[in-house]
Design a protein around this ligand. Structure first.
Ligand code: AGP
Length: 367
């Protein structure tokens, strides 16, 4: 695998384009879990736990943050989440009946492993959402939920992120089903939405590249970028900013769109593009008002939305990236694609070492 980037210039690009297939593997493995037709993982009982703790670092943490929205909304399961380096020092008052999930591509991240050991000592049931089944985090967990992404070589995580999301979505739906917080019809509708991901991802990857390259060429001239989103698009905004800063070295921040007025609006001018992630969901109109606030202050808006959102928004943007309109549960995975490609092509324009960005390691084994 190491020697083979196929037709791609970088492993990161290859890994972005592998996502439809990787997500297909996740679905094959996990849909049967949701439907109770098989038990592909050691039992991890979501039914009786009072709360769930999630801990991870970097991109894996942001996947967990999106997972929190799903566990709380669908399974009515309260989630306590933090970055692993803070989580284990906060002295969170856990009930010993609680369970904890640790998310890690490598399965070797020092802070995440230390958080796992901390929770184990407290007597919590431990689940690991990992890419590497042979890793320390997998070995020390009671239940392993593999993300089945295949090897990820690029230091900037791409397919591991969407596979982590797909696994978390499946676990949240499965938890909702066993906790009786959704109807059987709702479960079936959610599963049908998940099953659409590989096809829609393929369609998006085949169509948006020319537009993203144009945008990336422009973005590469700026020094600061702000990403905004609401709901599950908020962690995605942070992931967009993380991806861009990691590989292009452009300073970027991700904010909840509703927080704009509480500080970052002071930064708005023509020199800081604002990338707004806004699928046509129940937050769309509110996010559009934030876009208007940016535009009214001379800010340049790049809107990433879907067909319905593009029709509904009348705002004059610097660029609009239009994706197919999809069900809410799969929007974070689909909207990850333009975000990853934008960071990738911007870095390529800037001539950075995309697969091995400066100062970063693929697996951070020191605290
Ligand atoms: C992602 O692009 C990063 N390189 C980084 O944030 C990474 O997600 C983090 O270090 C966690 O790694 P892990 O998933 O292997 O635990």
């Amino acid at each position: 695998y190491l020697a083979n980037k196929g037709k791609h210039r970088h492993f990161m690009e290859k890994e972005i384009y592998e996502q439809p297939e990787a997500i297909g593997h996740v679905l094959t493995h996990y849909v049967s879990l949701i439907e109770n037709r098989a038990d592909p993982v050691p039992s991890f009982d979501f039914t009786s736990i009072p709360s769930l703790a999630i801990s991870a670092c970097g991109t894996a943490y942001l996947a967990g943050l999106i997972g929190k929205y799903w566990f709380e909304r669908y399974a009515r399961l309260p989630v306590e989440i933090d970055v692993a380096s803070e989580f284990r020092y906060r002295e969170i008052p856990f009930s010993p009946q609680s369970a904890a999930l640790f998310i890690s591509q490598s399965g070797e991240t020092a802070d995440t492993l230390a958080s796992l050991r901390y929770c184990k000592k407290l007597g919590l049931k431990i689940g690991a959402v990992v890419n590497s089944a042979e890793s320390s985090i997998a070995r020390e967990a009671d239940a392993v939920f593999p993300i089945l992404a295949g090897p990820e070589i690029g230091v900037a995580s791409t397919k591991a992120f969407t596979c982590q999301l797909a696994v978390l979505a499946a676990l949240a739906i499965s938890a909702a089903r066993t906790r009786g917080t959704v109807t059987e019809n709702e479960v079936q509708a959610l599963v049908r939405s998940l099953a659409e991901m590989p096809r829609i991802m393929g369609q998006v990857l085949n169509s948006i590249q020319p537009k993203i390259e144009l945008l990336a060429r422009e973005l590469s001239k700026y020094h600061d970028v702000l990403y905004l989103g609401r709901g599950t698009s908020f962690p995605l905004a942070m992931e967009g900013a993380l991806k861009l800063k990691e590989i292009s070295y452009i300073h970027a921040e991700g904010y909840a769109a509703g927080e704009l007025k509480h500080g970052p609006i002071a930064l708005i001018d023509k020199n800081m593009p604002v990338i707004v992630i806004a699928p046509f969901d129940r937050f769309f109109n509110k996010t559009v008002s934030n876009m208007e606030e940016v535009a009214a202050r001379g800010g340049r808006v790049i809107l990433i939305t879907d067909e319905k959102g593009a029709t509904a928004s009348k705002l004059d943007t610097m660029h609009t990236i239009v994706l197919p309109a999809v069900d809410e549960i799969i929007a974070p995975m689909i909207f990850s694609l333009p975000i990853q490609l934008l960071a990738y092509h911007t870095a390529v324009f800037m001539g950075t070492d995309v697969d091995q960005p400066r100062n970063l390691a693929k697996s951070v084994t020191v605290e």
